[in-house]
Design a protein. Structure first.
Length: 432
């Protein structure tokens, strides 16, 4: 027997219902609930009730209708019942809009789990509140032509690039030392600008057999577990990438700051849960990728790697500059991955053709391209969150920081972004 469900009376009740529905979708989709640190009895209820997708959808639509019928009342701005400070109208409007978009995304996820079909772009709009631009082959070819100049020689460009990359692999027995040094540096650089709560930390585990290269599992109480996939050789650039992206000021900081600001201070129940296939992810992944540039602006990254990481990994520091010049060009091919996903998920190309496209235009080795295809099968249009997310977050921070181009202010804008319930469409308004 399904418990009765009544429309909420307040935004707080609605946000508790929202958490329950995210947990309910998680019963149908093991990847959906990325983190949860709310009351254990809510998770137990979701497991006990096993709501069907139809019921979940109906309830979510009741909540969507309630939000649409109840705009933020001005008197809520002075609501200090819950031990919170009086909020600005802006943050309450952001919260209202956030809950609305997250619920609409949840309905779309339930539809997809129920067998609905959407194109790549329809799905990314419905789930992540954004659509990635289309890039033509000619754009990638122009970047590949530039790489030809950086990596001259015989044989295919991919072959030469693989040979080049193989000279920058972190030896497995140095992996932990290199990662630890990278994490320590990212943490120190982040703590200069963001006050994190006492006791926050994470531990790193090395795993195999995953479709991703690394993952942050946020545990609540300011703790994360970061897993690094060691299936394929790990090149030196991944150390800072992963330390920043998964750790500081990336996913770990994103989750810690949200728990600290939005849950501990504002007591917003919706903050205790992170549905992976939702608009939150574009900002989470975009800010995690942009976090690399936050922690290491300009040439600081190459300098740090030359002085610290290359020697630790037993690599020639004199080659750091050339390595990052090549990496910078290869990074510009990242949208080739989106095009492979779009063509493959829309049924325009086969799995084999998607792998060929990734090896040709994204310069991925065959094992790397096969792993990426497994990722696309598992996470689908989620791929846009990394590159489009990065672009949108970078643009948002740089536009806001242009009025006060100090490093301090740039960090303040970055912190405000991750500490508030902003949405991709909110960033996009600034994007155009």
């Amino acid at each position: 027997m399904t418990p009765t469900f009544e429309a909420p009376g307040t935004l707080r009740e609605l946000s508790e219902d929202y958490v329950g529905l995210v947990l309910a979708v998680g019963q149908h989709d093991p990847d959906y609930v990325d983190a949860y640190y709310g009351p254990e009895e809510w998770a137990a209820a979701a497991e006990a009730n096993q709501l069907g997708l139809d019921t979940i959808r109906e309830r979510a639509e009741i909540l969507v209708a309630w939000l649409q019928a109840n705009p933020v009342p001005a008197e809520e701005v002075h609501d200090t019942d819950h031990g919170t400070e009086a909020h600005s109208l802006e943050i309450l409007q952001l919260r209202h809009e956030f809950l609305l978009k997250q619920l609409q995304s949840l309905v779309a996820r339930a539809d997809l789990l129920d067998g609905a079909t959407m194109t790549f772009d329809e799905e990314s709009q419905a789930l992540y509140d954004a659509v990635a631009p289309v890039h033509e082959e000619a754009e990638f070819q122009a970047i590949l032509d530039e790489l030809e100049g950086e990596l001259p020689g015989e044989g295919s460009l991919l072959g030469r690039y693989e040979a080049f990359q193989s000279e920058f692999i972190i030896p497995p027995d140095e992996l932990d030392a290199v990662f630890t040094a990278a994490i320590d540096a990212c943490r120190l650089r982040t703590l200069e600008h963001i006050d994190l709560p006492e006791g926050e930390s994470f531990r790193v585990e090395y795993v195999t057999g995953k479709s991703w290269s690394a993952y942050n599992w946020y545990q609540g109480d300011f703790q994360s577990i970061i897993q690094v996939n060691t299936d394929l050789p790990i090149s030196i650039d991944r150390a800072v990438d992963l330390a920043c992206h998964e750790g500081y000021p990336g996913h770990h900081v994103y989750n810690v700051v949200r728990e600290d600001h939005l849950y501990r201070i504002h007591l917003w129940p919706e903050t205790t849960i992170y549905p992976l296939f939702s608009p939150m992810s574009l900002i989470a992944e975009g800010s995690a990728n942009y976090g690399i540039e936050m922690a290491f602006p300009g040439d600081e990254r190459v300098d740090f790697e030359r002085e610290t990481l290359f020697p630790l990994a037993g690599l020639d520091p004199a080659r750091a500059e050339q390595y990052y010049r090549v990496q910078g060009l290869v990074e510009r091919l990242s949208y080739a991955g989106n095009e492979a996903a779009r063509g493959y998920l829309d049924g325009d190309i086969t799995a084999g053709e998607a792998i060929d496209w990734l090896t040709t235009y994204a310069l991925m080795s065959s094992p790397m391209a096969e792993r990426r295809l497994r990722f696309i099968d598992q996470y689908r249009s989620y791929v846009i969150n990394y590159n489009l997310g990065l672009e949108m977050v970078r643009h948002y921070v740089e536009m806001r920081a242009s009025e006060n181009p100090t490093e301090e202010f740039r960090w303040a804008v970055f912190l405000d972004l991750i500490a508030s319930p902003r949405l991709p469409s909110g960033l996009q308004m600034m994007h155009h």
